[in-house]
Design a protein around this ligand. Sequence first.
Ligand SMILES: Nc1ncnc2c1ncn2[C@@H]1O[C@H](COP(=O)(O)OP(=O)(O)OP(=O)(O)O)[C@@H](O)[C@H]1O
Ligand SMILES: [Mg+2]
Length: 446
Amino acid sequence: MKQLSKKQLIALGKLHWLCLVKFVFYGGAAGGGKSWLGCFWLMTMCWRFPGTRWFIGRDSLKDTRESVLITWGKVAKEYGFTEWKYADNEIKFANGSAVVFLDLSFYPQKDPMFERLGSKEYTGGWIEEAGEVHFAAFDTLKSRVGRHMNTEYGIVPKILVTANPKKNWLYTTFWKPFRNKCLDKAYAFIRALYQDNPFLSADYIDNMRQITDKVKRERLLHGNFDYDDNPNALCDYDSIVSMFGGNIVKPTGKYYLTADIARLGSDKAVIMVWDGFRVVDMVEFDVSKTTELQHAINTLRYKYTIPSDRCIADEDGVGGGVVDNCGILGFVNNSSALPHPDSGVEEPYANLQAQCAYKLADMVNKRLISIDDCVDIPADTKDDIITEIEQIQTWKMDDDNAKIRIKPKSEVKADIGRSPDYRDTLLMRMYFVYREHEPQDLEGVF
Ligand SMILES: Nc1ncnc2c1ncn2[C@@H]1O[C@H](COP(=O)(O)OP(=O)(O)OP(=O)(O)O)[C@@H](O)[C@H]1O
Ligand SMILES: [Mg+2]
């Protein structure tokens, strides 16, 4: 009989019912034995603890039936385990335990917060291919485990998460804190590459080695979380990283200020000062009063001598008051796109925010923007900025005549678990590319 790989055994240690870790992310590359581990863990738990109730969730039931159920059958056969049967999206055990297949598809209109899971009760469960699953599903399921016979058996409620690298909540919740050695005690990340799986067939290994696409190789073979293969992303990763010290952007001596004002203390507030297209200063507030923000804006204006018509702040929500009190320009995300500065021709964007986001992406790719070393950015913030710029993505353009849109903020929040405040502060600088009262040097910008 085949055993388990070293990495699978480490994961099982974290998944042990007495271990205090609650959320275990296993994998982060292709072929590391993720699906096998998930099936093995649930099979042994169900068998050992009669009457318990578990889930396997994926972005679609069909995928669960077509892939997980197959692996489940193989694992059961391998260990000669026969006391189970499958019916109606549920694996039932002879001892009364059950594994329910959950549909974790995202219905933005019908059920954006996964309230349909709200009344369910499980002992624990597994989210398979979690890169395709929304953060809200994970977040809701966290509170649905530990509710079925955990106390009777003393089982610590747990969720196993398996996935390939993905720049979404997996990155922010597991990978980044793991890499920065600050992962919370309730979380664990076990990285398993295909080389860690001694049971792979020669064909599988051969197929993996045939992958020539750089992004795919980085993600699937090397488990590199910094590469994403989202075809809708507007900026490439290397260009984004190049903003931090890689790009040579001329100083112009002409300063601008852009500010994203937190709404009701829920988001971060960010203020950036620009010399041309170089960010030379940045201030941020986690929870802020508008008076503090106004004070910060005024102080930076004096420090860098920035006239009011080169300062702009997000005017939605409480930002409106800051704009009025500071006497600066207001940026209204949903207002109409501006005409091209030279030709005066209208640009086909759904709104000002989409227009500025596209322009920002274009300038990032042309390496025309830099965030100076003198801006003392912690590694964490740098990662956050990169993640947010990667979230500038095209959005449903099925209709040929539809105006150009970007991925809506609600979707970005669902993917990365927070509002893209740095991105918003950066994109407001583009307003002045379209509308400035004085002549400016736009060489290479259009
Ligand atoms: N402990 C094990 N014993 C026997 N075979 C195993 C074991 N773990 C994994 N395998 C085999 O290795 C191969 C890959 O494992 P698995 O499908 O679990 O990996 P994965 O990480 O889910 O891969 P993918 O990225 O393709 O989804 C499968 O053929 C599986 O049967
Ligand atoms: Mg798998």
